[in-house]
Design a protein around this ligand. Structure first.
Ligand code: NAP
Ligand code: MG
Length: 491
């Protein structure tokens, strides 16, 4: 019996994984019928609105403002005034108090935020509850700690705030991306105008209530909602000193072109097509868990998702068998059910994109596997999917799908793994699974990716910088590195 056969035997067959439903109550959340824009600490009536829905059943949730260029300008003016009126000159220790307060309030109200996040965005409640909310609070705690230590973070330099930061965020981690952007900006003494994604504005709007509870001075954080036009108006505004953008590479490139020569600072966190690489000495069951977490976490709506799985040839068959068996145990369904592993696709548009790329994979000759699962009739759903028999040139191996779709490829040697893993315009993250510490370090030095995880995947911590190589963008968020884009230095 070979080593692999030995490891393969004795694996329990997938049994009956039907669970009774365990719905989280939504009574804790009160959603208004209509929202305006949060400008200068007050709600500004929106001149135009659109409807935000829940992707789990297309239920309309609220009317939300579609900010015009003029409304964006009033938010920018409020942020400028707050910057000049004292926020930028407040001692760091005073700014820290507000950040600590925000962090604590987010913890206190975490259940409310988690339910709203799952309702508006479609992610499983266990993820909003156990990942998004704790991490969002942790970011505020972390940057609160830096606010009065900026001189120590940058010795022999004189760090100063930049001014007004325009921040544009996507729909995959709505509150968490807000925290990633707002916390360092405030810690460094800047003021903010933030635009959440069109499909997921509600937790950002609820966050305005946290700001009021924390008694943050008016105008330090302003929130305007709307689609790409609102984002474009924010980028164009003369009153903005820095743009921080997370989203698609396409829009990121357009923003970079728009800002060229203006002197505005820019950080871009864009797409990814991460390689998750499994060597034949890895703990296979552990690797399978990491692969599942890597691509099915948040329906694969993750810029650093492990969407390309590279398996060493000698373990290809047992690993793929284990992976397929594991997929049959994933529960797909209501995001508000505490047992749900894979929730709803965020929008009809994203569902179309996933379907189109999956169809291209089948047409190009890849072999598709989807576990048997019953998808709800209403709403936007896509079954967890694995493609085998994938060539490097296929679109499903090249393009970001941003859905629960994994492409499996193989390699023989570490050199080949590096070569193939780096064969992408992106470079946000990568994963390596092996028992050998030396090989982890060898691989990490060669992989062109901002984050390399070893024997784990999709781990986040506020103290750890995150960001891309190549078309995945530039600038870092998180850690001490995450302060720098929000500071200027008089040298
Ligand atoms: P996107 O259009 O780039 O959205 C990101 C943010 O930018 C949203 O708030 C968006 O508003 C805004 N925006 C759109 N056009 C803009 C413009 N011209 N100027 C300024 N801001 C603008 O991304 P998406 O349409 O949501 O998703 C498209 C693809 O991007 C996905 O399929 C995925 O591949 C990738 N993506 C990557 C990430 C990531 O974390 N790296 C996140 C989300 C999506 P709207 O919400 O109105 O579009
Ligand atoms: Mg868009």
């Amino acid at each position: 019996m070979s080593e692999v056969d030995k490891r393969e035997s004795g694996v329990a067959a997938a049994g009956d994984w039907t669970y009774a439903s365990a719905p989280e109550s939504r009574d804790i959340v009160r959603i208004a019928e209509r929202y305006g824009h949060f400008v200068g600490g007050r709600w500004l009536e929106a001149t135009e609105t659109y409807e935000t829905i829940s992707p789990r059943d297309e239920e309309p949730l609220a009317a939300v403002g579609q900010a015009s260029a003029a409304e964006v300008e009033s938010a920018v003016a409020a942020a400028r005034a707050a910057f000049a009126d004292g926020w930028s000159s407040l001692p760091g220790s005073e700014r820290a108090k507000y950040l600590f307060r925000i962090a604590r309030i987010l913890q206190e109200r975490s259940r409310e935020f988690a339910v709203l996040e799952s309702l508006n965005g479609g992610k499983p409640i266990k993820e909003s509850r156990d990942v998004d909310l704790p991490l969002a609070a942790a970011h505020f705690f972390y940057y609160a700690g830096w606010a009065d230590k900026l001189e120590y973070a940058f010795p022999n330099r004189t760090p100063r705030p930049i001014g007004v930061a325009g921040q544009i965020i996507p729909w995959n981690f709505p509150l968490l991306m807000l925290a990633w952007k707002v916390a360092p900006a405030l810690a460094c003494g800047n003021t903010v105008v933030l635009k959440p994604a069109e499909t997921t504005p509600l937790t950002a709007l609820l966050f305005c209530d946290v700001l009021r509870q924390a008694e943050l001075p008016d105008g330090v954080v302003n929130i305007v909602t709307g689609d790409g036009r609102t984002g474009a108006a924010l980028v164009e505004s003369d009153g903005v000193d820095k743009i921080a953008f997370t989203g698609s590479t396409e829009v990121g490139k357009a923003i970079q072109r728009q800002l060229a020569g203006t002197g505005k600072k820019l950080t871009l966190e864009l797409g990814g097509k991460a390689a998750n690489i499994v060597f034949d000495d890895a703990a296979l069951d552990q690797a399978v868990e990491g692969i599942v977490n890597g691509i099915y976490f948040n329906q694969g709506h993750v810029c650093c998702a492990g969407s390309r799985l590279f398996v060493q040839e000698s373990i290809y068959e047992p690993l793929v068998a284990k992976l397929k068996r594991r997929l049959t145990t994933l529960r797909v369904g209501d995001p508000l059910d505490k047992n749900t592993d894979v929730g709803a696709i965020n929008s009809a548009m994203q569902l179309d994109k996933i379907r189109e790329l999956v169809a291209s994979g089948e047409e190009e000759g890849a072999e598709i596997y989807q576990p048997p699962c019953v998808l709800p009739e209403k709403g936007y759903w896509f079954a967890p999917t694995v493609f085998t028999n994938v060539a490097q040139s296929y679109r499903i191996a090249q393009e970001e799908i941003f859905g629960p779709v994994l492409s499996v490829l193989t390699f023989r040697t570490p050199d080949e793994a590096v070569e193939k893993a780096n064969n992408t315009p992106y470079g946000l993250s990568a994963g390596v699974w092996t028992e050998k510490g030396s090989r982890i370090l060898w691989m990490a030095q060669r992989l062109r990716a901002g984050v390399v995880w070893a024997n784990t995947f999709n781990r986040f911590d506020p103290s750890s910088p995150f960001g891309g190589y190549k078309e995945s963008g530039f600038g870092r968020e998180g850690g001490r590195h995450g302060l720098e884009p929000y500071l200027r230095f008089d040298e």
